[in-house]
Ligand binder design. Structure first.
Ligand SMILES: NC(=O)c1ccc[n+]([C@@H]2O[C@H](COP(=O)([O-])OP(=O)(O)OC[C@H]3O[C@@H](n4cnc5c(N)ncnc54)[C@H](O)[C@@H]3O)[C@@H](O)[C@H]2O)c1
Length: 437
């Protein structure tokens, strides 16, 4: 009896003879690629950005969570190789797709990167391969976009070629959970697709969570991120309500968090940021709109969140007003422009909106961020300043937007005349005036 394609791939995975391809070597793809290389597979990474490919082949990582030492040893051992050329994937056994899924200017999903990657994979041929989509996208994407391209040559899904969706749950900057300890949800187009995909991922994660379809797996990811988006917006609205009521939202949340069950604390801030939480739920609401259904929680969350930069600016204006100063002409020093602590990612960062609003009002804005050396955006081009006692003292207002761990908060509290702290980063009053969100 001849060996089936499924058995061949499964046995090559088990023996680590399989070669794995990862397409898109960014925040998601690079850590995943290294995990496969560390598990003993030969890994070929594909990215359209030649400068990234060159850096990686020289053993230099541009992602905080991937150490250059680990990468360099995988390169030296011949386990990791990056290229811009999809033909390098012609003979691999499995390919994980980790390309971006942003929004268009209109707010609709931009799935062009998934289309490009799947066209390239179809061109080199999917036969005998397992293809897994990891990019976050709307339910139906895997079977509507990738499947038709893979079977166009007559291949049969589940016996000649295998297709699955497995959402990435990585949380950049996080130290308490790793790829290995974070359970991985997988849905296959057929049970055989699921079986092969689970066999591959079992080599890099402790727990695989199988679900019944690619659509279910796609929806799982959107539920997770919609849950976060809705709860972040809820607590931000609670911050707006507390402001009207003259209450301290931080005290309210921390007291509520003592409830041992039925409550999970979320903390207010200047707004959601990053490539995922503000974006992914809109993939879901877009899909639902095509089915004539309005995803009300998602749209409301986006609406409330959009108010937060205005609220932050009004807090700064009020704080200056108390000192008989106007926003116009005031020196505002922003601390932290990344969308969250300890990362260099400024995608969808609320800091960008806050800077725009402050500049529109005539404030002179500068910033410091130990992770972000420059911030180029339509209308401004800023460089991170050196955070000296002089810089703190000369600012009319220091505005804390991101609470990176390596800030010296007591130095900041003592050295600033006026602080608006949107993250409750400073725990005790310093010499200057301190105002929380
Ligand atoms: N960043 C996160 O925390 C995170 C977490 C979970 C899921 N995700 C999802 O994972 C996906 C990737 O996100 P990311 O943050 O890694 O993005 P990223 O921008 O950091 O990386 C994507 C990479 O893909 C490359 N690329 C673009 N088009 C390509 C193509 N046609 N072929 C090959 N490479 C191409 C880019 O050059 C880039 O290096 C998105 O769908 C995102 O929503 C991201």
């Amino acid at each position: 009896m001849s060996t089936s394609t499924k058995e061949t791939i499964m046995s090559r995975i088990a023996s680590r003879d399989a070669t794995v391809g990862v397409v898109g070597l960014g925040y998601v793809g690079l850590p995943l690629a290294l995990a496969f290389a560390k598990a003993g597979f030969r890994l070929i990474g594909i990215d359209v950005d030649q400068s990234k490919v060159t850096e990686l082949n020289n053993g230099r990582s541009y992602i905080e969570d991937v150490s250059s030492d680990e990468l360099a040893s995988a390169v030296d051992e011949g386990l990791f190789y990056a290229s811009c050329d999809y033909s390098e994937l012609a003979h691999v056994d499995a390919i994980s797709i980790c390309v971006p899924t942003p929004l268009r200017k209109t707010g609709d999903p931009d799935i062009s990167y998934i289309i490009q990657a799947s066209d390239e994979i179809a061109r080199i041929g999917g036969s005998g391969k397992l293809i897994i989509l990891e990019s976050t996208t709307y339910p139906g994407s895997t079977s509507e976009i990738i499947l038709p391209r893979l079977i166009d040559n007559g291949d049969v899904i589940g016996s000649d070629v295998f297709l699955a969706f497995s959402p990435e749950r990585i949380d950049p900057g996080r130290k308490d959970y790793t790829i290995y300890t974070t359970p991985k949800v997988i849905g296959g187009v057929t049970p055989e697709c699921l079986e092969v995909a689970a066999a591959l991922y079992c080599t890099i994660v402790e727990n695989v969570i199988p679900v019944s379809s690619t659509e279910t797996a796609e929806m799982v990811k959107l539920l997770e991120n919609t849950f976060r988006a809705v709860n972040i917006s809820l607590v931000n609205e609670v911050a707006l309500m507390c402001d009207k009521l003259g209450l301290d939202v931080w005290e309210v949340v921390s007291a509520a968090a003592t409830k041992p069950y039925g409550f999970m604390p979320f903390y207010p801030g200047p707004g959601m940021g990053g490539h995922c939480i503000p974006v992914d739920p809109l993939y879901l609401s877009w899909k639902l709109r095509t089915l004539n259904y309005k995803a009300r929680f998602i749209e409301l969350a986006a609406e409330v969140d959009g108010q937060m930069p205005y609220f932050v600016v009004s807090k700064v204006a009020d704080a200056l007003n108390d000192e008989r100063k106007a926003l116009k002409g005031s020196q505002i020093l922003i601390l932290g422009v990344a969308y969250k602590p300890n990362v260099n990612d400024v995608r969808e960062s609320p800091a960008v909106d806050v800077i725009h609003l402050l500049r529109e009002k005539g404030a002179a804005v500068s910033y410091h961020d130990p992770f972000v050396s420059s911030l180029d955006h339509e209308g401004f081009n800023l460089r991170s300043i050196t955070l000296t006692d002089g810089a703190l003292a000369s600012a009319d207002c220091v505005l804390i937007l991101t609470h990176h761990d390596n800030y010296n908060w007591s130095q900041i509290a003592d050295g600033s005349r006026l602080i608006v702290d949107t993250r409750h980063a400073i725990n005790s009053q310093g010499k200057g005036r301190l105002i929380y969100l």
